[in-house]
Design a protein around this ligand. Structure first.
Ligand SMILES: Nc1ncnc2c1ncn2[C@@H]1O[C@H](COP(=O)(O)OP(=O)(O)OP(=O)(O)O)[C@@H](O)[C@H]1O
Length: 897
């Protein structure tokens, strides 16, 4: 007697030694043995626990992988460890904190079928048995043990002790944290009662069969034991203190890949909810692992909201991550390990929770006041002053640090604010553009048409295929129905290196730019695990592109000086049009409405402004055999003829429609000139024709191969093969759009009349390569194509192809392709992997296969006969191309190649 409850509390605090102290989450790994199904499927166990704390990835086939192969945690349990051992070493100490008034939580986290439920049942039973044991041994205290159980199923919280299915409301109590209203709490009588309650809640829980687990938990389950204890000697005396704490046993639903779990319908929807909430949990853990700076998004899921106090709050926490050793689950296993790595960095700060009676509280406070007064009355020795000085210094440093943080945060806030303003502005502009542009949003680019037409709304274009809401009228599929897009497995850590495996061939590692993009992709990829995030990300990306384009002034906004530079810099001008990153657009014509297609390159022919006056001013003749040619700085050297002088003079005179030239336009001019010359020769002198002079003249102006005798078929066949190889290599090194490559490759198969196209393609590619190798800075300055922009465009194109794979290929076709292209069926982002591999090599077989796939994706074959004239070199009269939208110069859509 005589002792008061407050003193008893202090005794507890000392005994526990944890109150108010920060400690890291205890993280253990449990590797289960291979299941019978896995053994039957000849799976090998790729993971091994090499000691009590380290788990090792053994698959030597993947030695090249940049993932770590050894992971270390507080404790690692091999397949033959029983649950009792897992409990003793990985959960007991934390779970039993509850008896000392400290909240605690034990989680099981892992892939579906990895053994979470198996583990948590054992942990819960062992912990409750120990609690009962403790109660039995501490008769001096009175205990009340309450049991409750909930599940979170499809973001709805249900009471598992109630047969009523009404969702429980979650509200935040300023003192007690998240509270579930009307939650049933049963006072636990004895062991038998516990078993009964567990069985009841198990029966209520949502369980379903999936391919990976016959009894897969489709919800997160939380069993909560709340323990109240008071010293019997103070009971009913008004000065008692009661220790109140809870221990949560959390059996999370397993992360799963829709494809691996072979889920569809209800299971698929469940899987989406499961993955989404686990993603939020992963994000919260990741943020907490980096320190408690900034906003932690607990409120993004019910799971994290309910568990908020256990995650970095007033609780001691242990996480048991369960793993399957099977090779086919390696990606999921790695994700679990990465989650565990983050989790082990998270700290919590548990406190003893005590509820005091008023009298006990008053007494406790009186004692505290007396203690403090005593301290003040007896000033300490000199060392105390030192302590104060040190304390002051520490505070000053803290203040300084905080001031810096405030500055930094203010900067970030301002930046964010200005971004928001920009975005709002852009959204407004896009809406205007969308309206004016007949609802067609195309990629923002500085196009020829805009410079020709003057200030034009078409300057702002956003590629429609980038818009996730866009339905191409094909399959009507959307993110909800796209399991790979929407229900990707949960990943909590950015895998900076994993993306590098997506690049191969020449595109791999050739430029820092690519790596940067890939890193962005990885980051993005993580966000896109969740479709909502993906939509936002995409929208932001679109808006960002628009902003970028706006930042680059359109030609009509440029100063006269810049304009004039652009005019003289024919090299740059050519490239502007030739390799626009605006590769795809949606036709507005009824027959092609909603189709994503490549812009045909024939547009300029239709709008060709007439001859002979037009071309003479616009299209300087190219001469490849020596004297008159474009100089490297883009200016023209004299060709010694009045028309050339005129041309140069007129070029320098700079009018909007003369400014933009391109390889196409040169070729068109060339073509026109050849035609004129040829006709003239025919009319002027049959004799000359007989002597072959006309052919020579044609050659003189640079378009020799087509009108020249192609030589023997054998010669041509050899030459064609050689040129084709060269072209393929140049495509690769110049990052030429894949669709262009596909069309060209499939159209030009060695017909003798193809020679001109081959020749011109070779020349412009060589030209492009030369430009790139000169360093793309000068080109960049004139806002035209750069190596970087080509890389970026090709990356976008691959993204588009990836999306089309979902729409245009059946699942069977996709799986077959993955197999053919050696893409592991259980790997992530398989479509992206495939898209990244297309056209990544110059081997003929590879090229052929790539072209076939791209052709199928862009519906090359279904468009009727694609025309070689699309490549802008036809000498034949203009044909009407059905199924393609033709573009004139005045048309607002940019022409490609
Ligand atoms: N350590 C283990 N030793 C032996 N068998 C195990 C072990 N862990 C799990 N199993 C068995 O593996 C199967 C799947 O386990 P369990 O249902 O616990 O997985 P889960 O992770 O809870 O899956 P889900 O997330 O789909 O609910 C069960 O048949 C279980 O008995």
């Amino acid at each position: 007697m005589g002792a008061i409850a407050g003193e008893e509390l202090l005794k507890w605090e000392k005994m526990q030694g944890v109150s108010g102290r920060e400690e890291k989450i205890l993280v253990s790994i449990r590797l289960r043995p291979l299941s019978e199904k896995e053994i039957a499927a000849n799976e090998s166990a790729d993971w091994e626990c090499i000691n009590d704390t380290t788990i090792l990835y053994r698959n030597t086939l993947r030695e090249g992988s940049t993932f770590p192969s050894a992971y270390t945690f507080d404790r690692v349990f091999r397949g033959d460890c029983d649950t009792r051992q897992v409990y003793e070493e990985g959960a007991k100490e934390i779970a039993l904190s509850v008896v000392g008034g400290v909240n605690s939580t034990i989680f099981a986290y892992g892939q579906t079928s990895s053994g979470k439920t198996y583990t948590m049942i054992g942990i819960t039973e062992n912990a409750v048995a120990d609690i009962f044991d403790y109660i039995k041994k501490h008769e001096e205290r009175a205990f009340v043990l309450k049991f409750s159980a909930i599940e979170i199923y499809n973001e709805i919280v249900r009471d598992l002790l109630s047969t009523d299915n009404t969702p429980l409301r979650l509200r935040d109590d300023p003192e007690r944290g998240p509270i579930l209203e009307k939650l049933t709490e049963e006072i636990l009588q004895d062991w038998g009662h516990l078993k009964e309650l567990i069985a009841f809640s198990e029966a209520q829980r949502q369980v379903g069969e999936t391919y990976l687990n016959e009894k897969s938990s489709r919800s997160h389950q939380i069993i909560r034991l709340t323990m109240e204890s008071s010293a019997r000697e103070f009971l009913g005396k008004g000065n008692s203190a009661t220790l109140v704490a809870s221990v949560n046993f959390v059996d999370l639903a397993g992360s799963e890949r829709a494809s691996q779990a072979a889920s569809a319908g209800v299971r698929l929807k469940e899987g989406c909810h499961i993955n989404r909430s686990l993603l939020t949990l992963g994000t919260v853990i990741r943020k907490l692992s980096k320190g408690r700076h900034g906003h932690i998004n607990y409120r993004d899921s019910k799971l994290t909201r309910i568990l908020q106090p256990c995650l970095g709050g007033n609780a001691r926490t242990a996480i048991i991550c369960t793993l399957s050793p099977a090779r086919s689950h390696v990606e999921q296993t790695r994700n679990t390990l990465l989650f565990a790595c983050c989790a082990k960095e998270v700290t919590t700060k548990a406190q003893v929770n005590v509820v005091m009676s008023d009298r006990a509280l008053v007494k406790h406070l009186q004692k505290e006041v007396a203690r403090l007064e005593n301290e003040l009355r007896t000033p300490g020795p000199a060392t105390t002053n030192c302590d104060y000085a040190a304390l002051l210094r520490k505070r000053d440093l803290q203040i300084e640090k905080m001031e810096k943080e405030i500055k930094e945060l203010t900067k970030q806030r301002d930046l964010a604010q200005s971004r928001v303003e920009d975005l709002l502005l852009m959204v407004g502009k896009q809406q205007i553009s969308g309206k004016e542009g007949d609802g067609i949003l195309e990629e923002c680019s500085v196009s020829e048409s805009s410079s020709i037409d003057g200030p034009h709304h078409s300057d702002i274009r956003i590629r429609e295929f980038n818009n996730p809401h866009y339905n191409d009228g094909d399959s009507g599929s959307n993110a909800d129905e796209d399991p790979d897009e929407y229900c990707k497995e949960v990943r909590c850590v950015e895998l900076e290196d994993s993306s590098s495996t997506m690049v191969s061939g020449d595109e791999h590692g050739t430029s820092q730019e690519i790596l940067t993009h890939l890193n962005e992709d990885t980051e993005n990829g993580q966000i896109q695990e969740n479709s909502t995030y993906g939509v936002l990300e995409q929208t932001l990306h679109d808006v960002q592109s628009t902003i970028e384009s706006l930042v680059c002034p359109s030609p009509d906004e440029q100063s006269p000086q810049v304009m004039s530079e652009n005019v003289s810099n024919l090299k740059s001008s050519k490239l502007t049009r030739s390799w626009s990153s605006t590769e795809y657009h949606t036709s507005g014509s009824p027959e092609t409405e909603g189709e994503i297609q490549r812009t045909p390159a024939s547009g300029f022919e239709k709008g060709f402004p007439g001859r002979p006056d037009g071309w003479q001013r616009k299209f300087p003749p190219l001469n490849y055999d020596g004297s008159p040619r474009l100089s490297r700085n883009g200016s023209q050297s004299s060709i010694g003829s009045p028309s050339a002088d005129d041309l140069r003079a007129s070029s320098m005179r700079t009018s909007a429609d003369e400014d933009i030239t391109s390889i196409q336009t040169f070729v068109a001019g060339m073509k026109e000139m050849v035609k004129l010359e040829y006709e003239k020769q025919l009319v002027d002198g049959q004799d000359d024709h007989k002597t072959g002079r006309s052919l020579k003249l044609v050659k003189d102006v640079g378009v020799d191969p087509m009108l020249e005798a192609p030589g023997t078929p054998l010669d041509w066949s050899l030459q064609f093969k050689k040129q084709q190889k060269e072209i393929i290599e140049l495509w690769q090194s110049c990052y030429v759009p894949l669709t262009h490559r596909t069309y060209f490759f499939l159209l030009f198969k060695g017909d003798p009349t193809d020679s001109i196209y081959m020749e011109v393609e070779l020349r412009r590619l060589s030209f492009l390569k030369e430009t790139f190798s000169d360093g793309d800075q000068s080109v960049k300055d004139s806002r035209t194509i750069t190596l970087a922009s080509s890389v970026k465009a090709i990356r976008r194109e691959r993204g588009m192809l990836m999306k089309l794979m979902q729409k245009r290929l059946s699942e069977k076709e996709r799986l077959r392709l993955f197999e053919e292209w050696n893409i592991a069926l259980d790997s992530k982002r398989r479509r992206m992997q495939l898209a990244n591999r297309l056209w990544s090599d110059t081997d003929m077989n590879h090229v052929m296969q790539s072209a076939t796939i791209v052709a199928k994706l862009v519906r090359f074959w279904e468009r009727g006969k694609a025309l070689k004239e699309m490549f802008g070199l036809s000498f034949t009269p203009q044909l009407t191309v059905t199924g393609w939208r033709s573009y004139s110069w005045k048309n607002s859509s940019p022409s490609l190649l």
